[in-house]
Design a protein around this ligand. Structure first.
Ligand code: FAD
Ligand code: SF4
Length: 863
């Protein structure tokens, strides 16, 4: 049989999917296909383009199985642009002068990055963000500038949408100082509402990226040494910038179709019907260049659907475009944003449930039908963990109280969703819950890699992976198969295995850890593995929490060494070992709190917490505290928090041991020890237990003969009393026992696992732990002892070290682009002689001129 010729113009993501689908389904070889690609390489994963900046090479970004292009029925012509279509002759001519005939033509030419008309847009240093060549050129330019200049390279990104924020993240990864200029009132205005956009701005600021909204760039000025020097905004403001990335939107590359006389949509794009045919029955258009159902869609999933439909039709099928799922999730480490369905509640009668800022600047909204049952859409900012499970429920009734889905993970509120088989899980690749279940139960796919390979779920943007993993685990459990303990998609090892591997190999950076132990997907890392690896490295290869690559791997609080509060300010907690503090120390703290207008409160861990500090005040506050002899209390870290103690035998009539001296010694010994979760200790001077030591991870209670030690006491959602590990120990044996217990936990617990569940799960339970730490049953005791000795010796106060380092201090600015401007969104009122954050009603009343005392964060309170 003579194969007909399919000619595809454009070698991008959708073209690749089309060829793959054709070769999968056209088993009779009815078609041979030629792809004309302007770019000089195989189709690559444009969605993952930004991972180029975290070390993913162009080869690693290439899509699919390379063998596809060796198929005798497939020809890929690279680096040759199609310049004309002759529909009468059914042929296409390329820039090199070659002519290709066709039986059917598919236009898959995608989009180009739109650059708004402005003077200076053609200067060296202005980039767009669409292709591998674009990002490689951007990286080269920034590196050259960094080599030439002593100061930091400043970058601006024009556009505060998904792409602009990714580009700003890329500049940040390159070590430049990025500021996003957004024309609209808020970031990601096409996907999230004003409330979400405001929460997003804070998150973006927090990771070191400046933001200006309602900022229209009108001109790029040249520097006297050549290249970009500054940008000018419509209001006349000028901002210094050595590099400009334009991410202001895309336009369909429809020029071939226009010249060939095909119908073009009112806002561009080749008009196609639901079968992806243009008004010429021999020509289809797919992907971003197609104007389908009245719009061009800038997402890959609808493009893949169009590719599948075209192949189906070419082979005699009857499929049609079902409409596009435009759900999106931002891919920027540390900034969780998702939007899906009717995010702006435009459906008549739609109801909105909003939960704003419940813990730390989180904004979540669900849009429901007028009976508050059916999910129509949602916006999740700051915590998008529910995105993967909620998105497939679009258009379906939610079980139970919808507001339960907005509660933070782990509060037990959200009911488990039993997804129906036809619910779409991976919208990029159109994979349903049923297909994933089938892969596990009938195709023998028993790990995430196998499920991905078999179904393609999670292989594009990756936002559905948590749900794919959950569905797989549930099916495996039903089959009685042990569920994988892999840390995440990027590491096949469990946290404990990875800890050992990192320790033994002596690697020191995230890049090295990924290179040595990561999976093929490892280059990028994610919000699961980055903080976990940061914590592992903190005890295997100690270094400052903000040193080099480590700074970018930390959780929100570690990032600025302070605890973020619900109004966006921070709290400051200096260490008071064992709860002991001198009068001079108390006076110093009082003076700092007074001078900076901070609210003070005694914590449950027997120290003073000062609330309401602006990010730019943190170094000034710590300068004063360090000079007064205080150090970081690590209240922000997954690490030792406090050792609480009673007054013990020194003062108390009942005390049998000096509990304060022991508590102080233990706190100074374990300060700064990073662990899978926070750790607290307690020491009581007799069995009356005034320090409540049995509620702590390690509790010590004095006896006539020495000390009893208890382990695994936890507060929180699932409180547990600590259990007895050993009795009547002398002090050196007690300390050695706690050393080993803590490090055994640090080495082997799962990520975010507290000591109580760890003891339940670790080999042998409490008896097993006792055997390891008391009897050295694993032969690792000497190693644990040596590691703790190194920890004690290497300890340095991370706030003191930060104050001595101008580079680290750079991150403590309210606005990265205006370092001297305090955050105006912080407002306080007086209450019980101190300040507290103003409520929304109080702010509104103050704005109306009503008599409410609202001030910035240094409101002075006088009695
Ligand atoms: C940084 C970035 C992040 C993104 N993130 C996401 C995301 O998270 N989720 C999502 O859904 N989408 C995302 N997208 C969008 C997604 O990449 C596109 O929707 C998708 O690539 C569209 O595929 P396509 O094949 O239609 O076009 P493209 O992938 O752009 O491919 C078109 C190809 O055709 C070539 N071409 C054009 N004209 C000619 C010609 N005349 N002759 C020969 N070749 C030609 C082009 O050079 C190009 O290689 C992102 C895009 C970028 C740039
Ligand atoms: S625990 Fe014992 S020693 Fe400590 S304060 Fe209470 S009664 Fe006194």
């Amino acid at each position: 049989m003579h194969a007909r010729h399919l000619l595809v113009v454009g070698g991008g993501m959708v073209a690749q999917r089309l060829v793959e689908a054709l070769r999968d389904r056209d088993t009779a070889g009815a078609w041979r296909v030629t792809v004309l690609a302007e770019e000089p390489r195989r189709p690559y994963d444009r969605v993952a383009l930004t991972s180029f900046f975290s070390g993913r090479s162009p080869e690693e970004l290439a899509l699919g199985d390379p063998a596809l292009w060796d198929d005798p029925l497939v020809t890929l012509v690279r680096g040759d642009k199609a310049v004309a279509v002759d529909r009468a002759a059914r042929s296409v001519t390329t820039a090199s002068g070659r002519t290709f005939g066709y039986d059917h033509l598919v236009l898959a030419t995608g989009s180009y990055a739109w650059v708004p008309p402005m003077e200076g847009a053609d200067l060296p240093g202005v980039f767009v963000y669409r292709t591998l060549d674009d990002v490689a050129a951007l990286r080269g330019y920034v590196h050259d500038l960094q080599a030439e200049r002593s100061g930091p390279v400043r970058g601006v990104v024009l556009g505060g949408g998904l792409l602009g924020l990714e580009a700003a993240g890329a500049l940040d990864a390159l070590g430049a100082l990025p500021t996003v200029l957004q024309v609209d009132t808020h970031l990601m205005s096409a996907q999230v509402d004003l409330g979400g956009g405001e929460a997003l701005r804070r998150l973006i600021n927090r990771i070191g990226i400046g933001v200006r909204t309602q900022a229209m760039t009108t001109r790029v000025h040249e520097h006297r040494r050549g290249g970009v020097g500054r940008v000018e905004l419509a209001d006349g403001t000028r901002m210094d910038a050595e590099v400009v990335v334009v991410a202001a939107g895309v336009r369909p590359r429809d020029e071939l179709a226009r010249d060939a006389g095909l119908t073009i949509g009112p806002r561009g794009g080749v008009v196609v019907d639901d079968t992806c045919l243009t008004d010429d029955p021999d020509v289809s258009a797919v992907g971003e260049v197609a104007c389908i159902q009245g719009a061009c869609i800038g997402l890959v999933a609808p493009g893949y659907t169009m590719a599948e439909i075209t192949v189906d039709r070419l082979l005699g099928g009857v499929s049609a475009f079902p409409g596009a799922d435009t759900a999106t999730k931002l891919k920027l480490a540390g900034v969780d944003v998702a939007s899906f369905g009717d995010a702006f509640a435009r459906t008549p009668g739609a109801l909105e449930i909003v939960w704003a800022d419940p813990v730390a600047g989180v904004y979540k909204k669900l849009v429901l039908s007028d009976d508050a049952r059916t999910l129509l859409g949602g916006v999740l900012v700051g915590d998008a963990s529910a995105y993967a499970s909620l998105r497939p429920m679009l258009g379906r009734e939610l079980p139970g109280d919808p507001s339960a889905f907005l509660l933070p993970e782990g509060t037990g509120g959200a009911p488990d969703l039993e997804l129906p088989d036809d619910a779409g899980v991976c919208s990029c690749n159109n994979v349903s819950a049923g297909q994933i279940r089938h892969a596990v139960t009938d195709e023998g796919c028993h790990d995430l890699g196998a499920v991905k390979a078999c179904t393609r779920a999670g292989t594009s943007c990756g936002s559905c992976l948590p749900l794919v993993k959950k569905l797989m685990a549930t099916e495996l459990e039903k089959l009685g198969v042990t569920v994988s303990t892999a840390l995440c998609e990027h590491f096949a090892l469990s946290r404990a295995q990875l800890y050992d591997a990192v320790r033994v190999a002596g690697v020191r950076t995230f890049t090295e850890v990924v290179e040595r132990f990561g999976t093929r997907a490892g280059g990028r890392g994610c919000d699961i593995c980055k903080p976990a690896v940061a914590s592992i490295l903190a005890t295997t290869a100690p270094a400052h929490v903000l040193d080099g690559e480590r700074a970018a791997m930390q959780d929100t609080n570690d990032h600025v060494m302070a605890n973020l509060q619900k109004d966006g300010s921070y709290s400051v907690v200096p260490r008071m070992a064992g709860g002991e503090v001198t009068p001079a120390g108390l006076i110093a703290i009082g003076e700092v709190a007074r001078d900076f207008g901070l609210y003070t409160k005694i914590t449950g861990g027997q120290r003073v917490d000062m609330f309401g500090a602006r990010i730019d005040q943190l170094p000034l506050i710590w300068r004063r505290l360090v000079d007064a002899g205080f150090e970081s209390g690590h209240a922000y870290g997954k690490s030792l928090r406090t050792v609480k103690s009673c007054v013990g035998s020194t003062w108390c009539r009942f005390g049998v041991q000096d509990s304060v001296a022991l508590a102080v010694m233990l706190e100074l010994r374990y300060r700064g020890l990073r662990s899978p979760h926070k750790i607290k200790l307690g020491v009581s001077g007799c069995a009356r237990e005034c320090a409540e030591a049995r509620g702590k991870d390690v509790g010590v209670i004095a006896t006539d003969k020495g000390w009893n030690v208890y382990v695994g006491g936890n507060g929180g959602f699932t409180p547990r009393h600590a259990k007895l590990l050993a009795e009547d120990l002398d002090t050196p044996t007690l300390v050695r026992t706690i050393d080993r217990f803590l490090l055994y936990y640090v080495r082997t617990a799962d990520r975010l696992q507290r000591t109580a569940p760890w003891i339940e799960e670790v080999e042998g339970g409490l008896d097993g732990v006792r055997a390891v730490v008391m009897d050295d049953s694993l032969g690792i005791a000497a190693d644990l002892d040596a590691q703790m000795a190194r920890h004690v010796e290497d300890y340095e106060d991370e706030w003191r070290a930060t104050l001595d380092d101008p580079e680290k201090l750079r991150r403590f600015a309210s606005f990265v682009n205006a370092p001297d401007t305090p955050d105006p969104s912080l407002a306080y009122v007086a209450e019980r002689g101190q300040v507290r954050p103003a409520t929304a009603a109080e702010r509104a009343a103050a704005e109306r001129g009503e008599p409410v005392l609202v001030a910035g964060s240094t409101l002075e309170v006088r009695s």
